[in-house]
Design a protein around this ligand. Structure first.
Ligand SMILES: Cc1ncc(C[n+]2csc(CCOP(=O)(O)OP(=O)(O)O)c2C)c(N)n1
Ligand SMILES: [Mg+2]
Length: 545
């Protein structure tokens, strides 16, 4: 008898064979065949409470491992819920694939159940987005999605899977199984000639600066930049924050950018985070080098910098860095004075950050929270830190160091940190996982604490409760005046009790003295934990020159 196979089984076996077994998902009509196919497979399904959370978890997985995070959601509303979270993954250049169920192909355009133009909807927030139409080749579609997500500048990819394509049965010998080659694209390297040209320009510069892409904001990426700094004597930063030269992590980075006479864009888009390379932010005479996986971004650099774009080349970011290192061996290093000046600028923080304390009984100053938390991060070499957006989390970004650090990033979107912490725990079995977020942000995905409890994926979330969307409140004060603040107030809420109610561990902290023991108890609980810290509402630190 000829053996047959379902579309859903082809998808599951394709993922299984390629070793992509961690699936972040929420059920729904269109994908129940995938759940069914997963029963006898090696896949591990992590069932969440909102589709955006599945995407954030896959995002964290992709960033930490460099391998594609995989999310499954249902069609129509499930897909729509997932799409917003892709924006963050796109900004951070995360390799990940969103597989969404979809109305049956014979119901397209006639008002099918939960019919939605899904591929079109996800297109602006993905590298590629399409709908599979053929059961026998659906494995090839999955492989192609993974290939696009992981090659060049990595990023999210979407594939819609109509339920009839998943349900249809075909004979085994009719299946076009993907080959190993279908899952990967060869990296585009930097030629030795090009690397030598870059190194020549660096050697001729007095104040060169390397600016790395968000894709480098992981352990291997940070290590690469440190090795480049050591080998070339050239300061190297990652530009991944939505606050441009006010990036809380980088102190007086803006001063260094303004003084540089050569900027090497290592996979970094010349976008709003770099003020498009405009004069005053950069010296008008400063020259640029663009090394980028995409021709379109080199064209953009040429458009903004004209003759000041001294050299450009299409190359994948990490391999380009490795080639620069290899070719730099044995060459003289740049002036160490500039490197020291840049490091001092990046490390600059407000003078009182080390000493400031709360003036309000029952509340902590944000700096007290992170002075206390900082030593906990260095206790374990594999600690994972996730910083969300907003003022409190910016304090965290400014004061906490970690090579496994993930932030909301270029997208500037708030809300992903609780599911990201849950996803991080899937990757990291032992070391502490900390999430830092504001009280407004906590509301976005607080139900995922139940996910983390149910799946036994513990983390410690430090929530700064100032009863306010403080980042936006500060914009109102700055732009419209202190009498024009409106619509940014929240209740001081017992988010610690939310954690307890959902089966996790909760701590309410109202004094700096109480915080260390609360962190210790949260870690010792072995549960998803929320430390709800009552804080003074203070804008994120800006270093004054
Ligand atoms: C998805 C999304 N919605 C809204 C915003 C705008 N926004 C940025 S920070 C912020 C306030 C965050 O408040 P909270 O989490 O309480 O942190 P705080 O600034 O008070 O410390 C808001 C509303 C955003 N960046 N992303
Ligand atoms: Mg707040």
């Amino acid at each position: 008898m000829t053996k047959t196979v379902r579309g859903a089984d082809i998808v599951v076996r394709t993922l299984e064979r390629a070793g992509h077994t961690k699936i972040f998902t929420l059920s729904g009509n269109h994908i129940m065949s995938l759940f069914d196919a997963a029963i006898d497979s090696k896949l591990d399904l992590f069932h969440v409470r909102h589709e955006a959370a599945a995407v954030h978890m896959a995002d964290a997985f992709g960033r930490l491992t460099g391998r594609p995070g995989i999310a499954w959601v249902t069609g129509g509303p499930g897909h729509a819920n997932a799409v917003g979270a892709l924006f963050t993954a796109l900004g951070q250049e995360t390799p990940m694939v969103l597989l969404s169920g979809h109305t049956e192909t014979d119901q397209l355009g006639i008002g099918g159940f939960q019919e939605l133009k899904q591929a079109e909807m996800a297109a602006p927030v993905t590298k590629a987005s399409w709908m599979a139409t053929d059961t026998a080749s659906v494995g090839k579609d999955v492989a192609k999605a993974i290939r696009i997500a992981t090659s060049g500048r990595p990023g999210p990819v979407h594939l819609s899977l109509p339920s009839d394509v998943l349900d249809a049965v075909v004979t085994e010998d009719a299946v076009a199984w993907p080959t190993d080659a279908d899952f990967t694209a060869p990296a585009i390297g930097l030629s030795n000639v090009a690397a030598d040209a870059v190194l020549g320009l660096i050697a001729a510069a007095k104040r060169p600066l390397i600016i790395g892409a968000p894709v480098l904001a992981n352990r291997p990426g940070r290590a690469l930049l440190t090795r480049l700094e050591t080998a070339l004597g050239v300061p190297a930063v990652i530009s991944e924050g939505p606050r441009s030269f006010n990036d809380a992590t980088l102190g007086l980075y803006g001063d260094i950018a303004a003084k540089a006479d050569l900027v090497v864009l290592l996979g970094k888009a010349l976008d709003f985070t770099l003020k498009f390379g405009k004069a005053l932010w950069f010296d008008p005479a400063c020259r640029f080098i663009a090394l980028d996986p995409e021709g379109a971004l080199i064209e953009r650099a040429a458009m903004f910098k004209g003759p000041n774009l001294a050299f450009a080349c299409i190359a994948d970011t990490h391999p380009a860095g490795e080639t620069l290192l290899a070719r730099a061996a044995g060459r003289p290093k740049a002036d160490t004075g500039w490197l020291a000046e840049a490091h001092a600028a990046f490390a600059a923080r407000p003078a009182d950050m080390a000493t400031v304390v709360s003036k309000t009984p029952g509340k902590l100053h944000p700096a007290e929270v992170f002075r206390t938390l900082a030593p906990y991060l260095s206790r374990h070499p594999d600690t994972v830190l996730i910083c969300d957006g907003g003022e409190f989390a910016q304090w965290g970004q400014s004061m906490l160091r970690n090579d496994r650090r993930m932030i909301n990033g270029v997208a500037g979107s708030i809300g992903g940190s609780l599911p990201m912490a849950t996803g991080a725990r899937v990757v990291e079995p032992d070391a502490p996982v900390f999430a830092v977020l504001g009280d407004g942000t906590f509301g976005f995905h607080m139900a995922e604490i139940e996910t983390a409890v149910r799946l036994n994926l513990p983390f410690v979330a430090v929530v700064g409760t100032d009863a306010r969307w403080n980042a936006e409140y500060n914009l109102q004060v700055r732009d419209y005046g202190p009498n024009r603040t409106f619509g940014c107030e929240l209740n001081a809420t017992r988010y610690d009790m939310v954690a307890t109610a959902l089966g996790g561990h909760g701590e309410l902290v109202e004094s700096a003295a109480a915080l260390p023991a609360a962190i210790d108890r949260a870690l010792a609980s072995g549960k998803p934990a929320v430390i709800n810290v009552m804080i003074e509402s203070i804008p994120s630190p800006v270093v004054r020159r």
